[in-house]
Design a protein around this ligand. Structure first.
Ligand code: FES
Ligand code: FES
Length: 153
């Protein structure tokens, strides 16, 4: 049985019909049609699926979509202002923080949440803030440099 709901994603309200067991990740990717967030482990281990829920990062693979009703979901697509990349997105490109790119949407979401709560983190604080996000290309140094470059600017 499907349930009618409204999901607000990146400032747009989407009417959806969902099986109650649908994860937020699957609802956003398969029903809303925003595929920037990735499915890696599907088990809260890798952070590739991370989205902001009312500004706080959640692993969307392990969060029920219906629990997000009435809250604001932000995905990686919502970080840019139209065609203009956010400072973090631009810094990831400039500092070599992107290799295959699979972890990048989740990394950007975690880094955005980190800088929102701590605009001037130390390198250790950046590494701790991104500890829920795995990069299978092991490109952590470029990612950390990118976050620190935004924090310092
Ligand atoms: S896909 Fe959600 S944490 Fe890995
Ligand atoms: S850039 Fe490939 S997984 Fe991180």
């Amino acid at each position: 049985m499907k349930v009618a709901a409204q999901l607000s994603v990146n400032g747009i309200s989407y009417p959806v019909e969902l099986d109650p067991s649908t994860s937020l990740l699957n609802a956003v990717r398969d029903v809303v049609g925003l595929t920037g967030s990735k499915e890696g482990c599907d088990d809260s281990e890798c952070g590739a699926c991370m989205m902001l829920l009312d500004g706080s990062p959640v692993n969307a693979c392990s969060y029920l979509a219906l629990q997000a009703e009435g809250r604001e979901v932000t995905t990686v697509e919502g970080l840019a202002a139209g065609a203009e990349l956010s400072p973090l997105q631009a810094a990831f490109l400039e500092q070599g923080g992107v290799q295959c790119g699979f972890c990048t949407p989740g990394m950007l979401i975690s880094a955005t949440a980190l800088l929102d709560t701590n605009p001037h983190p130390t390198e250790d604080e950046v590494r701790i803030g991104l500890s829920g996000n795995l990069c299978r290309c092991t490109g952590y140094d470029g990612i950390v440099k990118a976050v620190l470059s935004v924090a310092e600017s």
